[in-house]
Ligand binder design. Structure first.
Ligand SMILES: Cc1cc(NC(=O)CCC(=O)O)nc(C)c1Br
Ligand SMILES: [Fe+3]
Length: 248
């Protein structure tokens, strides 16, 4: 592989980010969701997978909290999660994943719907253990908590939903068609977080890894924080998604 100068390499990365941002803008504005494969390539994807597996195998993940549901956790969601901002020990590759996604979203900043995206949640690392229940149908942000785009990066090599299950099914509002998204290795998915995209995860028969980041619309987030302060109630959703982080 001929060696390229640093500046050439950077401009190649910037050009690639521009192409990807244009694709995301077109897809999200037209369909409300967007799937892109081979986001970071085999070696970077594998580095991230190794970090996630290490977190999982060293017991750093706990069963996901539940918001506003009465049923017990294992009926609604089977995943175990942890929140990382990437500065934690042994998460440098997760950090570079977050920075790569931030770079793309910064390019799209004022072109996604009417949103002004200026912040995001920490990254939620989720593992569905083998033979776990999936995640019941839900909307990520049904109540205007500020989250406008859900971004999920999948890490599952040679995944075959026929035998492994774990399909993410999205039911775009007002549309009879369902989007069945395989949680494939090095696949990145974006979709509007609000009621336009109810979704569920089918039970998986193999460990299923994903990293999710939610991006905030600055106006909606400001209103939500004001409401939260005035209501004084412990709104679990804002506990669920940590305070916005300035984009890297
Ligand atoms: C914590 C939390 C996780 C998820 N995850 C999914 O919907 C699964 C997507 C996938 O893994 O394909 N959704 C919400 C509304 C909350 Br809250
Ligand atoms: Fe969700």
């Amino acid at each position: 592989m001929p060696s390229v100068s640093n500046s050439t390499y950077l401009s190649v990365v910037e050009a690639r980010n521009k192409v990807l941002s244009d694709y995301i803008i077109k897809c999200l504005n037209s369909y409300g969701l967007c799937v892109f494969d081979n986001f970071l390539g085999e070696s970077k994807g594998t580095d991230i997978l190794n970090e996630v597996q290490k977190l999982y195998n060293t017991g750093k993940l706990t069963s996901g909290q539940l918001v506003n549901t009465l049923s017990s956790k294992d009926e609604v969601r089977g995943d175990v999660i942890t929140w990382v901002d990437g500065s934690e020990k042994g998460c440098s590759n997760i950090h570079s994943l977050i920075s790569s996604i931030d770079a793309i979203l910064l390019n799209c900043q004022n072109c996604l719907g009417h949103y002004k995206i200026k912040g995001r949640s920490k990254a939620m690392v989720a593992v569905y253990p083998a033979n776990s229940t999936g995640f019941l149908r839900h909307v990520d942000n049904p109540s205007g908590d500020g989250r406008c785009v859900t971004c999920i990066y999948y890490l599952n090599k040679n995944w075959n939903s026929k035998t492994d299950g774990g399909l993410l099914r999205i039911f775009p509002e007002g549309n009879s068609r369902v989007a069945n998204v395989e949680p494939k290795f090095d696949r990145i998915l974006f979709f509007w977080s609000d009621r336009r995209n109810p979704h569920e995860v089918l039970p998986s028969f193999r460990e299923r890894y994903a990293v999710t980041v939610w991006y905030f619309d600055s106006e909606e987030r400001k209103r939500a924080v004001k409401r939260f302060k005035s209501s004084k109630s412990r709104d679990p959703k804002s506990e669920m998604v940590p305070l916005t982080m300035p984009m890297q």
